[in-house]
Design a protein around this ligand. Structure first.
Ligand SMILES: Nc1ncnc2c1ncn2[C@@H]1O[C@H](COP(=O)(O)OP(=O)(O)OP(=O)(O)O)[C@@H](O)[C@H]1O
Ligand SMILES: [Mg+2]
Length: 236
């Protein structure tokens, strides 16, 4: 297996002097290509910070992060924007869709700065088909259910064919049945060679992922990774 993501002694510190918060504290982590990972931990433990660093949405205070052989800290602004466009796709708890725009155009949003071709539209339609929404591509997203909205958001995250999908509590606003189907969709992206990282508070999701042959659970507490099984059961 190829290591796709590697963090070396990575820290992220907020604040100054006697008021510092170590959001991430000297983290070493390797994630292999094609895996599906959950990151679990209490509120404030550093989950979103970790995801944002891997997605180059933020810089570490110290340490190094490699994603697909890019050392993120060493990239120029130009290469960073190429990295964000081509290597990672984000999915969020709140979907961040445009309500007055139809599904198809929502999926195409990341391509707007680059111009949208007919092939791009065909690709977007295929992605909406993949997430089970082919018949409704011209429906405005404002009236969709949470599960449908998250499907559109997943299609949008895939429009640039990124290697890595970073999902920050993607089921946080969904009931458990809908959440399960969204997680199944995310897990199935490994069949397309994607590496998928899911931040979640939901133990059932962690269980689903850990039961998958490519699945793995990671735990974080106070900015540090832990694999203490006690923490799973009694941690919070
Ligand atoms: N921009 C910021 N400025 C200052 N402190 C921050 C900032 N972003 C995060 N933090 C702090 O860093 C720590 C980790 O935050 P993070 O958002 O990564 O936690 P989380 O595990 O995602 O929590 P949640 O489950 O509530 O989303 C927290 O103590 C948080 O208050
Ligand atoms: Mg968070």
């Amino acid at each position: 297996m190829i290591t796709l993501i590697k963090l070396k002694k990575t820290s992220k510190v907020y604040g100054e002097q006697n008021n510092i918060i170590k959001a991430l504290d000297n983290v070493d982590l390797e994630i292999e290509e094609g895996k599906v990972i959950t990151i679990m931990g209490p509120s404030g433990s550093g989950k979103s910070t970790l995801l944002n660093l891997i997605g180059a949405m933020d810089n570490p205070t110290s340490g190094e992060i490699f994603v697909q052989d890019n050392e993120i800290g060493g990239l120029t602004e130009r290469k960073l924007s190429k990295f964000r466009k081509e290597v990672v796709g984000f999915v969020f708890q709140n979907y961040y869709l445009l309500p007055n725009v139809d599904m198809l155009d929502n999926v195409l949003i990341p391509l707007i700065p680059y111009g949208i071709s007919l092939q791009d539209k065909e690709r977007a339609i295929k992605l909406l088909e993949m997430v089970g929404l082919r018949d409704r591509i011209h429906s405005k997203v404002g009236k969709l259910s949470g599960g449908e909205s998250q499907r559109v958001a997943i299609a949008r995250a895939l429009i640039n064919d990124p290697s890595v999908i970073l999902a920050d509590e993607p089921t946080g606003n969904l009931d458990s049945t809908t959440g399960k189907s969204i997680v199944e969709l995310l897990i199935n992206l490994t069949e397309r060679g994607k590496t998928v990282i899911i931040v979640t508070h939901d133990h059932r999701i962690a269980k689903m992922v850990s039961e998958h042959p490519l699945g793995k659970n990671i735990w974080i507490k106070d900015g540090q990774l832990t694999d203490d099984p006690e923490f799973d059961i009694y941690g919070w």
